[in-house]
Design a binder for this molecule. Structure first.
Ligand code: FEO
Length: 392
């Protein structure tokens, strides 16, 4: 991919990683991703905002072939998929300095061993003039590391946001093929990466409201030509009000827990609760995380294995606890052979969730009539709470 013009002073550079399917050895990438860098050229100086994943360094270095002088490399985020090519760019441009927040500088030294004398730090609100075009730095910690910042170019009404407001989406289209496709990818990205920091993000969104933004240029996925599309979506995702949705991530070994989940799912639907089961043996974790963005209730279906929860269910609980969704209610259902334990183990794995725990339904063997009655009571409890909260 060649460099592309974004505005008078700004060119897109970077790499489209069409075939990458896993990030951080954890996050599925069904649609690939991109690593965007942006060249900002003023009459007196030139800056590169972010670089690319080290596996794609050659792509960026080729795009920079005709750039004779580079004064600054703005490292908005120290993670390697954006900062990993800084060493090669520094080597090519001996005059260039890396610009980062103070925390960013320390992390870049730790992660990439960048030389101290090639770096400079900027405070929140600092301005760097390149001659006819200006970079304004806004510290925005915890999107999604502690050192992150965004960069505003007032002359172009352009906001660079690195991971924030981005999406894992490989596309040849600079602005995305459709808003719906890009928003869906951005929601997946938010769910997997940003959701644990939603309260901090809500404050950052309020600060962005002070800017006149014509376009948002993240360092993953397409540019947002209509910023309200992604800003409004984020306002919804970070808000405290969930949807009328119950999700049921589950695993079943011999069918009993599966039977309970099927019965519960039908009961919730019959009571007007939107419900989505996720079979943890085949689930795309991104789909599960996306559902957690909206869910008011999370009920885990898990058999007991060796006195604790089935490891797949423990994984789902660990994920929910780490992502800290806005859910208000949680529960556990499941079967055991000779001794229970899954419920206690799973509840103990959710300390970060601010939820009301519903009465669990843990049964010996195959569920009987009184077990189904207990599942009916659980479905009643979920529907009542959603109704009382104005969600149903
Ligand atoms: Fe895209 Fe946090 O790196």
């Amino acid at each position: 991919m060649e460099a592309r013009r974004v505005t008078e002073h700004v060119q897109w550079m970077g790499a489209i990683d069409w075939h990458r399917r896993l990030f951080d050895s954890l996050i599925p990438l069904p649609q690939g991703t991109s690593y965007n860098a942006y060249l900002v050229e003023g009459s007196e100086a030139t800056a590169l905002v972010d670089t690319v994943d080290p596996g794609q360094s050659e792509v960026l270095l080729r795009q920079l072939a005709n750039v004779r002088r580079l004064d600054y490399i703005v490292a908005q985020h120290a993670e390697q998929d954006h900062a990993g090519t800084i060493p090669q760019v520094l080597a090519r441009y001996p005059e260039a300095k890396v610009v980062a927040t103070p925390k960013g500088k320390a992390m870049l030294i730790d992660l990439l061993h960048l030389p101290d004398d090639r770096m400079t730090t900027v405070d929140d609100g600092s301005v760097l003039s390149l001659g006819g075009v200006t970079l304004q730095f806004m510290h925005m910690p915890w999107v999604h590391w502690p050192e992150t910042m965004v960069t505003y170019v007032p002359e172009e009404k352009l906001l660079f946001t690195c991971d924030f407001l981005g999406s894992h989406l490989a596309t040849s289209s600079l602005y995305g093929e459709s808003d719906a496709l890009t928003v869906a990818a951005a929601k997946r990205y938010y769910a997997e990466i940003m959701m644990p920091f939603r309260r901090m993000i809500a404050k950052h969104l309020a600060h962005l409201g002070d800017l006149d933004i014509g376009a948002i240029a993240p360092s993953h996925g397409p540019i947002w030509g209509h910023p309200a599309t992604i800003l409004d979506a984020y306002q919804d995702w970070v808000g405290d009000t969930p949807g009328n949705l119950a999700i049921v991530p589950f695993v079943s070994m011999h069918g009993s827990t599966g039977t309970m989940v099927q019965y519960l799912v039908a009961g919730l639907a019959a009571r007007g609760v939107e419900v989505h089961p996720f079979d943890l043996t085949v689930v795309d974790l991104g789909e599960l995380a996306m559902a957690m963005v909206d869910a008011a209730t999370i009920i885990i279906g898990a058999p007991t294995v060796l006195g604790g929860a089935h490891p797949q269910a423990a994984y789902a609980a660990s994920l929910a606890n780490a992502l800290r969704p806005k859910a208000r209610y949680a529960g556990v259902v499941g079967s055991y052979g000779w001794a229970g334990g899954a419920t206690k183990a799973l509840v103990g794995m959710l300390p970060a969730l601010r939820v009301e725990l519903l009465d669990p339904v843990e049964v010996r063997g195959k569920p009987r009539d009184d077990d189904f009655a207990a599942l009916d009571r659980m479905a009643d409890a979920v529907a009542d709470r959603h109704r009382n909260d104005g969600l149903l």
